[in-house]
Design a protein. Sequence first.
Length: 213
Amino acid sequence: MGNNAVFVLLAGGKSERMGIAKGLLEYQNTYWILEQINRISASTVTEVYIGLGFHYEEYLNKIPWFTKAQSLFINYKNLKVRVVVNQNPELGSFSTLQTVLQQIPKNKSVLINPIDIPILNANELQNIIEEQNLIVLPNFKGKNGHPIKLHSEFWEPLLLLNPTNENSRLDLEIKKIIPSKITTITVTDSCILKNLNTPNDWIEFTNSNHKRA
Protein backbone atom coordinates (compact mmCIF):
# COMPACT_ATOMS: atom_id res chain seq x y z
CA MET A 1 0.00 0.00 0.00
CA GLY A 2 2.15 2.91 1.24
CA ASN A 3 5.33 1.16 0.09
CA ASN A 4 3.94 0.99 -3.44
CA ALA A 5 4.88 4.67 -3.77
CA VAL A 6 8.23 5.78 -5.13
CA PHE A 7 9.73 9.22 -4.76
CA VAL A 8 10.64 11.50 -7.67
CA LEU A 9 13.05 14.32 -6.87
CA LEU A 10 13.29 16.83 -9.72
CA ALA A 11 16.63 18.63 -10.03
CA GLY A 12 16.85 19.42 -13.72
CA GLY A 13 16.46 23.21 -13.78
CA LYS A 14 18.91 25.93 -14.77
CA SER A 15 19.06 27.49 -11.27
CA GLU A 16 19.74 30.86 -12.92
CA ARG A 17 18.66 32.99 -9.97
CA MET A 18 20.54 30.83 -7.46
CA GLY A 19 23.71 30.90 -9.57
CA ILE A 20 24.55 27.28 -8.72
CA ALA A 21 22.80 23.95 -9.17
CA LYS A 22 20.42 23.96 -6.19
CA GLY A 23 21.03 20.33 -5.30
CA LEU A 24 24.76 21.06 -4.94
CA LEU A 25 24.34 23.81 -2.37
CA GLU A 26 26.23 22.93 0.81
CA TYR A 27 23.98 22.00 3.71
CA GLN A 28 25.31 20.82 7.08
CA ASN A 29 28.47 19.21 5.65
CA THR A 30 26.70 17.58 2.73
CA TYR A 31 24.97 18.55 -0.51
CA TRP A 32 21.36 19.68 -0.44
CA ILE A 33 20.26 16.90 -2.78
CA LEU A 34 21.71 14.31 -0.38
CA GLU A 35 19.94 16.02 2.53
CA GLN A 36 16.68 15.75 0.59
CA ILE A 37 17.30 12.02 0.04
CA ASN A 38 18.08 11.67 3.73
CA ARG A 39 14.70 13.20 4.58
CA ILE A 40 12.96 10.76 2.26
CA SER A 41 14.75 7.88 4.01
CA ALA A 42 12.82 8.66 7.20
CA SER A 43 9.64 7.44 5.48
CA THR A 44 8.53 4.00 4.27
CA VAL A 45 9.46 4.84 0.67
CA THR A 46 12.17 2.47 -0.56
CA GLU A 47 12.90 3.81 -4.06
CA VAL A 48 13.93 7.28 -5.20
CA TYR A 49 14.28 8.52 -8.76
CA ILE A 50 16.31 11.69 -9.29
CA GLY A 51 15.62 13.71 -12.43
CA LEU A 52 18.61 15.71 -13.68
CA GLY A 53 18.90 17.99 -16.70
CA PHE A 54 20.89 21.21 -16.71
CA HIS A 55 24.07 20.84 -14.61
CA TYR A 56 23.84 17.04 -14.72
CA GLU A 57 27.61 16.76 -15.34
CA GLU A 58 28.30 18.78 -12.19
CA TYR A 59 26.13 16.41 -10.19
CA LEU A 60 27.94 13.38 -11.61
CA ASN A 61 31.33 14.94 -10.89
CA LYS A 62 30.58 15.98 -7.31
CA ILE A 63 28.58 12.88 -6.32
CA PRO A 64 30.41 10.06 -8.16
CA TRP A 65 27.92 7.30 -7.35
CA PHE A 66 25.26 9.21 -9.32
CA THR A 67 27.07 8.06 -12.48
CA LYS A 68 26.56 4.39 -11.64
CA ALA A 69 22.99 5.11 -10.52
CA GLN A 70 22.10 5.97 -14.12
CA SER A 71 22.19 2.31 -15.09
CA LEU A 72 21.11 0.55 -11.88
CA PHE A 73 19.74 1.18 -8.41
CA ILE A 74 22.36 2.23 -5.86
CA ASN A 75 21.76 1.63 -2.16
CA TYR A 76 21.99 4.85 -0.14
CA LYS A 77 20.50 5.53 3.30
CA ASN A 78 18.46 2.31 3.12
CA LEU A 79 16.98 3.50 -0.18
CA LYS A 80 17.39 2.30 -3.74
CA VAL A 81 18.28 5.35 -5.82
CA ARG A 82 18.20 5.78 -9.61
CA VAL A 83 19.40 8.83 -11.55
CA VAL A 84 17.65 9.75 -14.79
CA VAL A 85 19.08 12.46 -17.06
CA ASN A 86 16.80 14.52 -19.27
CA GLN A 87 18.82 15.17 -22.42
CA ASN A 88 16.48 18.01 -23.44
CA PRO A 89 16.03 20.06 -20.25
CA GLU A 90 15.39 23.20 -22.29
CA LEU A 91 11.88 21.80 -22.81
CA GLY A 92 11.17 22.52 -19.14
CA SER A 93 10.52 20.76 -15.85
CA PHE A 94 7.56 18.83 -17.25
CA SER A 95 9.87 17.13 -19.76
CA THR A 96 12.18 16.11 -16.92
CA LEU A 97 9.19 14.67 -15.06
CA GLN A 98 8.15 12.72 -18.16
CA THR A 99 11.70 11.40 -18.63
CA VAL A 100 11.71 10.05 -15.08
CA LEU A 101 8.18 8.63 -15.23
CA GLN A 102 9.15 6.61 -18.31
CA GLN A 103 11.53 4.64 -16.08
CA ILE A 104 9.01 3.86 -13.34
CA PRO A 105 6.89 0.66 -13.31
CA LYS A 106 3.32 1.50 -14.27
CA ASN A 107 1.79 0.00 -11.13
CA LYS A 108 3.57 2.46 -8.82
CA SER A 109 2.24 5.63 -7.25
CA VAL A 110 4.71 8.51 -7.28
CA LEU A 111 5.49 11.35 -4.91
CA ILE A 112 6.88 14.36 -6.75
CA ASN A 113 9.00 17.07 -5.16
CA PRO A 114 11.18 19.75 -6.80
CA ILE A 115 14.70 20.07 -5.40
CA ASP A 116 14.06 23.66 -4.27
CA ILE A 117 11.18 22.75 -1.95
CA PRO A 118 12.39 21.21 1.34
CA ILE A 119 10.86 17.83 2.08
CA LEU A 120 8.58 18.07 5.07
CA ASN A 121 8.90 16.27 8.40
CA ALA A 122 8.78 12.47 8.47
CA ASN A 123 5.41 12.09 10.24
CA GLU A 124 3.48 14.31 7.86
CA LEU A 125 5.32 12.89 4.85
CA GLN A 126 4.19 9.45 5.96
CA ASN A 127 0.57 10.63 6.13
CA ILE A 128 0.78 11.66 2.48
CA ILE A 129 2.35 8.34 1.49
CA GLU A 130 -0.37 6.32 3.20
CA GLU A 131 -3.31 8.27 1.77
CA GLN A 132 -4.95 6.46 -1.15
CA ASN A 133 -6.59 8.57 -3.85
CA LEU A 134 -5.88 9.55 -7.44
CA ILE A 135 -4.09 12.71 -6.25
CA VAL A 136 -2.95 13.64 -2.74
CA LEU A 137 -1.86 17.19 -1.89
CA PRO A 138 -0.40 18.57 1.36
CA ASN A 139 -2.01 21.81 2.47
CA PHE A 140 -0.65 24.49 4.81
CA LYS A 141 -3.04 27.26 5.85
CA GLY A 142 -5.18 26.87 2.76
CA LYS A 143 -2.36 26.57 0.24
CA ASN A 144 -1.36 23.32 -1.48
CA GLY A 145 2.30 22.39 -1.79
CA HIS A 146 4.68 19.45 -2.31
CA PRO A 147 5.24 16.57 -2.40
CA ILE A 148 2.29 15.68 -4.62
CA LYS A 149 1.27 12.02 -4.67
CA LEU A 150 -0.09 10.67 -7.96
CA HIS A 151 -1.71 7.30 -8.60
CA SER A 152 -0.50 5.51 -11.73
CA GLU A 153 -3.98 5.90 -13.25
CA PHE A 154 -3.33 9.65 -13.28
CA TRP A 155 0.36 9.86 -14.15
CA GLU A 156 0.51 7.30 -16.97
CA PRO A 157 -1.46 9.55 -19.39
CA LEU A 158 1.03 12.36 -18.65
CA LEU A 159 3.55 10.46 -20.76
CA LEU A 160 1.41 11.09 -23.85
CA LEU A 161 1.47 14.89 -23.55
CA ASN A 162 3.69 16.96 -25.82
CA PRO A 163 6.29 18.68 -23.59
CA THR A 164 6.67 21.51 -26.13
CA ASN A 165 3.04 22.50 -25.59
CA GLU A 166 2.79 25.34 -23.05
CA ASN A 167 -0.34 23.69 -21.62
CA SER A 168 1.54 20.49 -20.77
CA ARG A 169 1.80 21.24 -17.06
CA LEU A 170 1.13 19.14 -14.01
CA ASP A 171 -0.94 21.82 -12.28
CA LEU A 172 -3.24 22.19 -15.30
CA GLU A 173 -3.74 18.42 -15.53
CA ILE A 174 -4.63 18.26 -11.84
CA LYS A 175 -7.25 20.99 -12.33
CA LYS A 176 -9.06 18.73 -14.81
CA ILE A 177 -9.69 16.09 -12.12
CA ILE A 178 -12.98 15.96 -10.24
CA PRO A 179 -12.63 17.02 -6.56
CA SER A 180 -13.63 13.61 -5.17
CA LYS A 181 -10.48 12.13 -6.73
CA ILE A 182 -8.26 14.64 -4.92
CA THR A 183 -7.40 14.44 -1.22
CA THR A 184 -5.81 17.36 0.60
CA ILE A 185 -3.99 16.65 3.85
CA THR A 186 -3.52 19.49 6.32
CA VAL A 187 0.08 19.76 7.52
CA THR A 188 1.82 21.97 10.08
CA ASP A 189 5.07 22.17 8.11
CA SER A 190 5.23 25.40 6.10
CA CYS A 191 8.24 24.16 4.10
CA ILE A 192 5.83 22.53 1.60
CA LEU A 193 5.31 26.05 0.19
CA LYS A 194 8.93 27.25 0.11
CA ASN A 195 10.74 27.95 -3.14
CA LEU A 196 14.47 28.24 -2.60
CA ASN A 197 15.17 30.17 -5.78
CA THR A 198 17.71 32.83 -4.80
CA PRO A 199 20.80 33.10 -2.56
CA ASN A 200 18.74 35.20 -0.14
CA ASP A 201 16.07 32.47 0.01
CA TRP A 202 18.78 29.94 0.81
CA ILE A 203 20.42 32.09 3.51
CA GLU A 204 17.07 32.74 5.17
CA PHE A 205 16.19 29.03 5.09
CA THR A 206 19.52 27.79 6.47
CA ASN A 207 19.57 30.45 9.18
CA SER A 208 16.05 29.55 10.33
CA ASN A 209 17.00 25.86 10.42
CA HIS A 210 20.07 26.54 12.52
CA LYS A 211 17.96 28.48 15.00
CA ARG A 212 15.66 25.47 15.40
CA ALA A 213 18.56 23.06 15.92
